[in-house]
Design a binder for this molecule. Structure first.
Ligand code: FAD
Length: 688
């Protein structure tokens, strides 16, 4: 048969599609990250890039490559810090690299006089981060091979992992990679470090690991330590011909679409959707604590969610904090000056779009409210206003005990710390690059969606406790960045144009006052925390405090199903809070759901401060041993949401006790049962 033009066209399209699929678009240099493309000067992302890292190192004359496996950016930050320190203290020629950007077939050809560093986060249930999956699977595969066989005897490496000990598979990615590399004959320099986010010691774990690692590496490679000279990674270029009103200047817009006033989808972790607030109300009846229920409308976007997903909120810093930061650095006068930022190294990425202003950087892009790190103090010491302060800064930066003694309980942010230390003197000698490198990028905050997508597919509900921490050494309490931003929005939504909830003066109208009404930039993250596909299957939910958020969604969904005549299984919810009068979340709604669900719905409450003896959800769970065990034997799914550090662990322990007792098996055997429930997704957690 003849092939006509249409057939050829169709075939061509299929072929192109297939190539695009299998190469993930890399053949024609499609940049996977639209945000990065507008401003990241990352050589690795350019068209025609090499995936051969050894070649890349040769071309750029490097002898140390720092690979990161990062999900939220922390591992990437640590990788940059290692690269920088290697350069300034030991004269190494370093490069930071995304694991995803390279292939590892030639790992065995890596020269023995160079070093590979791995900074690897463990994600979820012991999984590698998305960008590390390919590397991880390659190195872990049973029949792993490289260009010349399967030995890595030339390879020298160092390794640091980022994990959370509240998860069962603590730091398992770094452990397994280390194990595989060792097995393949590679030589690790120093110990494989492990940072623990669960204990809140990540930063100190990193610092404690890296010093002996550097000594061991210096010895192995014959490196000489020199006095660390600060070399900026970025140069700041004044753009005198531009003003903050110029249309090409970014005033906090995350990307070009936003700058031009026409943000386009797809909306995702690089490109938030600015959603309109559709509803907002207070859930607590308390004088001094607040919990916001907010609903945002995503109907104008491609965003969709499923019950159990997370919504990410993109906050900005409070005006009060921005002012303090700029004042400390002597930048108040220049706050609206336009600057561009140039990476001085081909492998460094400018983390936000430019040209921009100091004000926009501090407000939209930098985590300026987080507690100051000891390493940052070390870096800034040489730029102190006088010798006395410099001596103190140097000591604080190098002496862990002294640092904790002086600052351990105050959690000063960078501006507070510098102000207190210098007794008000201005820190105008610090190259601004030090902040771009040393402070984290302002991160979106995640919230477990508290609405059902079956009930309201285009309206996403958030249940957020406004974070306030009273600190003994400070006048004003610490106020959570995102939750106070939400509080300011809620305030505006409910009363009018107020942006100064708690006197923090957020720029809630957004860059160029484009957020008319009340708007919030968000994206959706899909999760595996899901209702069973069969609604008749029973479920047990443990959700104290805001941990109840996804369960409000679950119960809302099942109530709708029941009203629609679907058969719904037992829906058992354990909720806990301080007391029934103040912080009983969604109290009146539960009654409505009960009406729809009848006996299928049971709510068990634990109010810790209403009784002489503190009662928590795990105690109530224990009291319900009989029913819980019976439901589990009827294949009930078991869900836990909320506090990872204590509650989730205690619930796990309690469940194992219940199983041991009711099934008359040993505690060890019961632990195995719980583990296998987790492995089979019968036990699901959404904890933070
Ligand atoms: P941040 O500014 O990030 O501060 C967080 C905490 O760090 C503070 O409370 C304080 O203890 C400490 N801190 C930080 N800086 C300082 C400082 N300088 N001095 C003293 N202390 C400091 N939260 C909810 O309310 N509801 C939810 O449904 C929910 N779901 C979540 C789901 C997931 C998957 C995850 C990861 C988190 C979830 N969270 C939820 C938590 C939420 O993401 C935020 O962490 C929380 O709201 C605090 O954000 P924030 O910006 O207000 O506080």
């Amino acid at each position: 048969a003849e092939i006509d033009t249409l057939d050829l066209l169709v075939l061509g399209v299929i072929l192109l599609g297939t190539i695009a699929y299998f190469t993930k678009g890399s053949l024609w240099g499609v940049v996977k990250d639209p945000y990065a493309s507008s401003f990241a000067a990352n050589a690795g992302q350019k068209t025609g890039r090499t995936r051969n890292f050894i070649e890349k190192m040769d071309e750029t004359n490097k002898n140390c490559i720092v690979f990161y496996g990062s999900q939220t950016g922390t591992a990437e930050d640590y990788a940059s810090r290692l690269a920088k320190e290697g350069k300034s203290r030991y004269g190494l020629n370093t490069i930071v690299a995304d694991l995803e950007d390279y292939d590892f077939e030639n790992l065995d050809e890596f020269p023995s006089d160079k070093i590979v560093m791995f900074v690897l986060a463990t994600y979820g249930e012991g999984e590698p981060t998305d960008n590390a999956v390919e590397f991880y699977e390659h190195i872990r595969s049973d029949d792993v091979s490289f260009s010349n066989g399967s030995s890595l005897e030339n390879l020298k490496y160092v390794a640091f992992g980022l994990g959370n000990n509240t998860y069962e598979h603590y730091n398992s990615v770094v452990r397994r990679v280390d194990e595989s590399l060792t097995k393949l004959g590679a030589t690790r320099i120093g110990v494989a470090g492990e940072g623990d986010d669960g204990a809140g010691t990540m930063e100190e774990d990193f610092l404690a690991w890296k010093d002996p690692m550097w000594s061991a590496l210096a010895e192995s490679m014959g490196l000489e330590e020199r006095e660390a000279i600060y070399e900026p990674t970025f140069s700041i270029v004044d753009r005198d011909t531009l003003t903050a009103d110029s249309e090409e200047v970014y005033l906090g817009e995350p990307n070009k679409g936003y700058l031009q006033g026409t943000p386009k989808g797809p909306f995702n972790a690089q490109n938030p959707y600015t959603a309109e607030v559709a509803e907002s109300r207070e859930l607590f009846k308390s004088k001094d604590r607040s919990c916001i229920h907010m609903e945002i409308d995503v109907s104008g976007s491609n965003l969709s969610y499923q019950t159990g997903d997370h919504v990410a909120v993109w906050p900005s810093n409070a005006g009060f904090q921005v002012d303090q930061f700029l004042k400390t650095l002597g930048l108040t006068e220049k706050r609206n000056h336009v600057i561009s930022i140039k990476a001085l190294e081909p492998t460094a990425k400018v983390p936000f779009p430019t040209p921009t202003t100091y004000d926009a950087i501090a407000r939209y892009h930098m985590e300026i409210c987080a507690p100051v790190s000891r390493q940052m103090i070390s870096t800034l010491a040489p730029f102190s206003p006088n010798e006395k302060i410099k001596a103190e800064m140097t000591r604080l930066g190098s002496d862990k005990e002294y640092f904790h003694e002086k600052t351990g309980h105050s959690f000063y942010n960078i501006a507070q710390f510098l102000t207190v230390l210098s007794e008000g003197a201005t820190w105008d000698n610090i190259p601004f690059s030090a902040f771009i490198e040393g402070l984290n990028k302002l991160q979106p905050r995640y919230y477990s969606i508290s609405s059902s997508s079956l009930v309201q597919p285009k309206k996403v509900a958030i249940t957020a406790v406004v974070e306030t921490q009273v600190l003994p050494s400070q006048e004003a309490p610490f106020r959570g960045v995102a939750t106070h931003y939400l509080a300011a929005l809620a305030d505006k939504f409910n009363k009018g144009a107020k942006s100064d909830a708690y006197d923090l003066t957020y720029q809630i109208v957004g860059p160029r006052s484009r957020h008319t009404g009340t708007h919030l930039p968000v994206h959706i993250r899909h999760s595996n925390f899901k209702l069973p596909s069969d609604p008749s299957r029973p479920i047990i939910m443990i959700g104290p405090g805001t941990g109840v958020a996804p369960f409000r969604a679950f119960v809302q969904e099942r109530a709708k199903q029941a009203r629609d005549g679907v058969e719904v299984g037992k829906t058992l919810l354990f909720f806990g809070s301080r007391n029934a009068n103040e912080d009983y979340l969604y109290e009146s709604e539960w009654a409505e759901y009960k009406e729809a669900l009848g006996d299928a719905f049971e709510l068990v409450t634990a109010f810790s401060r209403d009784t002489a003896k503190k009662v928590y959800v795990q105690h109530r769970l224990k009291e319900k041993s009989e029913e819980v065990n019976a439901l589990l034997q009827k294949k009930a799914l078991f869900y836990v949401c909320g506090d990872a550090a204590r509650m989730a662990r205690e619930v796990n322990t309690t469940l194992a006790q219940i199983i041991a007792e009711k099934r008359k098996i040993t505690p060890a055997k019961a632990d195995e049962v719980v583990k296998s429930m987790r492995a089979a997704n019968q036990y699901q957690e959404d904890v933070w």
